[in-house]
Design a protein around this ligand. Sequence first.
Ligand SMILES: CC(C)(COP(=O)(O)OP(=O)(O)OC[C@H]1O[C@@H](n2cnc3c(N)ncnc32)[C@H](O)[C@@H]1OP(=O)(O)O)[C@@H](O)C(=O)NCCC(=O)NCCS
Length: 176
Amino acid sequence: MEFRIRPLTVNHCARLLEFYTTLSPDVTALFQPFGPHVTEDTIRRHLAETDADKHISLGLRAEDGPIAGHGFILFTETDRPVFGIGLREGVHGRGLGRRLMQAVLDEGDARGLLMITLTVLRVNTKARSLYEKMGFVVKGQATFRDANDSWYMERSRADGEMAGWRRQVPNRSLAG
Ligand SMILES: CC(C)(COP(=O)(O)OP(=O)(O)OC[C@H]1O[C@@H](n2cnc3c(N)ncnc32)[C@H](O)[C@@H]1OP(=O)(O)O)[C@@H](O)C(=O)NCCC(=O)NCCS
C-alpha cells in the first residue's frame, strides 16, 4: 500500500476527527495532543488555525483511505513551537513515522523555525529514539499524568547545524 503525506486543511475535519476517535488505547496512552475526549470543535479549530498559518499539520494516508497518521507543529508564530506525531497502530514500524516526521520538520525549516520543542513520556523509548535521530535533545523533564513522567526535548537549528543533521537530510516534497 502506498502512503502519501499531505497538508491538512479545514476540509479534512471529518477525516481527522475519525482518526482521533478510532485510535487504539495503546496509542492514546502515549499520544493525546487534543486531550482524552477529542471533539469536532477542537479539530475544526485546529484546522482553521492551520489554514491561517498558526500551525503546520500533515496527514499520512493511503490513496482514498482513512488518515493513518498525524504530524504537526503547533504555535509556529511563537518562540517555542510544539511538535507532535501519532500513527494508527496497524502501520507502526514500517518507516512511515520517520517519513511523516521528516516532512513536518522540512516544512518547519522552510518556514524558518529556529526552535521546535516536544514532550515524550519516559516509557515511550521508541518515540524518544526517533526524536533523537531527528535532532531533538533532552533538555529537562515534564509532567503529563504523573510528576516528571516525561522528557522535554528541543531541536534548535543552531545545534542541529553544528551536529551536521541538516546536511544529512535530503530535500523532500510534502508528497513524501
Ligand atoms: C512513535 C511513532 C510515531 C514511530 O513511528 P513508526 O512508523 O512506528 O516508526 P518508524 O518505523 O518510522 O521507525 C523510526 C524510528 O523509531 C524507532 N522505532 C520504531 N519501532 C521501534 C521499536 N519497535 N522499538 C524501538 N524503537 C523503534 C527507531 O528509532 C526507528 O528508527 P530506525 O528506523 O532507524 O530503526 C509511532 O510508533 C507511533 O505513532 N506510536 C504511538 C504514538 C506515539 O507514541 N506518539 C509519540 C508521542 S510523544
